[in-house]
Design a protein around this ligand. Sequence first.
Ligand code: GLU
Length: 259
Amino acid sequence: MCGIVAYIGKQDAYPIIIKGLQRLEYRGYDSAGVALLNGSLNVYKKAGKVSDLAAFVKDKNLSGVVGMGHTRWATHGEPNDRNAHPHFSQSKDFAIIHNGIIENYASIKAELVKQGHTFQSDTDTEVLVHLIEEIYTKVNVPLEEAVRLALGEVVGAYAIVILSKNDPNKLIAARKGSPIVVGIGKDEFFVASDATPIIEYTKNVAYLNDGEVAVISDGELTVKTIGNEIKIPFVQELEMKLEALEKGGYEHFYVERNL
Ligand code: GLU
C-alpha cells in the first residue's frame, strides 16, 4: 500500500499535499513526489521519506492551486528517484500518480516504443500516462475520454490521478481495486487514498467505486464508468476524530459513515 493526495481549488496546493502525504506515511512507502500546476507542470520526486522530499523542494517553485502527491511502494523498478512518481507523458504535458499494478504494461510499452515513445523509468505506471497521451493526440478526444479509453485497455489494479498542463482547471482520478476518496469542500476538492488527509478540510466525501473515473473541472465533480455511463456521486458525511488522528497511530482513529 502507498498513498495518493491531490488538491484543486483556491488554496496553495503544496502545503495541503505534503501534510497529506505525512498523514499517509503509516501505509508504508519507499519514495515520494509531487506535481504542481502553475502555468507549467512541475514534478519533484525523491527516494526516501516525505521529509526528504520536503527538504529537496524547499528552494523550488511550489506555487499552484492544483497539485498531487504520491508515496510509492515499488512493484516495477527499483525504489529510486527516477522511478518515483509522478511520471510524465512523452511531451511532459501530462503527469500521473498511481497506486497498484498495470499487469499488461509490457505489451503496451512495446507498442508505444514502436510509435516512437521513450521512457524515463522502469515502472508500469509511466506506460499508462504515455498511452493516455497517445490516445489524446491520435484519437483527438478530451483528456477524460483519453483516460477512459486508456483504462479500457489496461489490465490490473489502480488508483490514479492525472494532471495536464493544457487543462489547468482539471483533475482526473480513477480507481479499480485501489481506493480513492474525493473530499468536497467549498470551491475546492481533495482526492486521497483514504480520508486522513482530507478530514481537517471537509467532512463531505464521495468514495469512487471500482471502474469509475472522476473529473473535477471548473469547480464541478462528474463521475463516469470506464464504459462511459454517467454516475451520480454518493456524498456522505464523515465523522473522524482529528485529535485521535493526530496521535499518529492507525488504530487510534475511526471513521463513521452515515449511510
Ligand atoms: N506499480 C507502480 C510502481 O511500481 C506503483 C506502485 C505503488 O503502488 O506505489 O511504481
